[in-house]
Design a protein. Structure first.
Length: 104
């Protein structure tokens, strides 16, 4: 069925923000997030924790990617691929809200 497929794909123009109803804690540069609705904990490595800090306020995927490229030595294609994969996982877990912008 179509309901099993994502209606929208996260793109560089998507606006991302941490969803309300989360508690997060910094653990030596890594992060642990508790989804209060599901009661499930999620762990993020150092880079994931940096992304989580960035999306405390709404950011476009492109803004997050630029911040990561400035902070870490990583190929742009690898950065974008890994960032989109993480954001899709966070969205599936209900930890972030994504607004899909339409072309203006």
């Amino acid at each position: 069925m179509a309901s099993s497929e994502l209606e929208y794909k996260i793109s560089e123009s998507s606006l991302v923000v941490a969803a309300p109803g989360q508690i997060s804690s910094d653990l030596g540069g890594e992060a642990v997030i508790l989804n209060l609705k599901s009661g499930v904990y999620h762990g993020l490595n150092e880079v994931g924790a940096q992304i989580w800090k960035l999306i405390e306020e709404p950011k476009t995927v492109k803004e997050i990617e630029q911040a990561l490229l400035e902070e870490y030595e990583v190929e742009p294609e690898c950065c974008q691929r890994d960032l989109l994969a993480l954001l899709q996982n966070l969205e599936a877990a209900g930890l972030i809200e994504v607004s899909h912008e339409t072309a203006a």
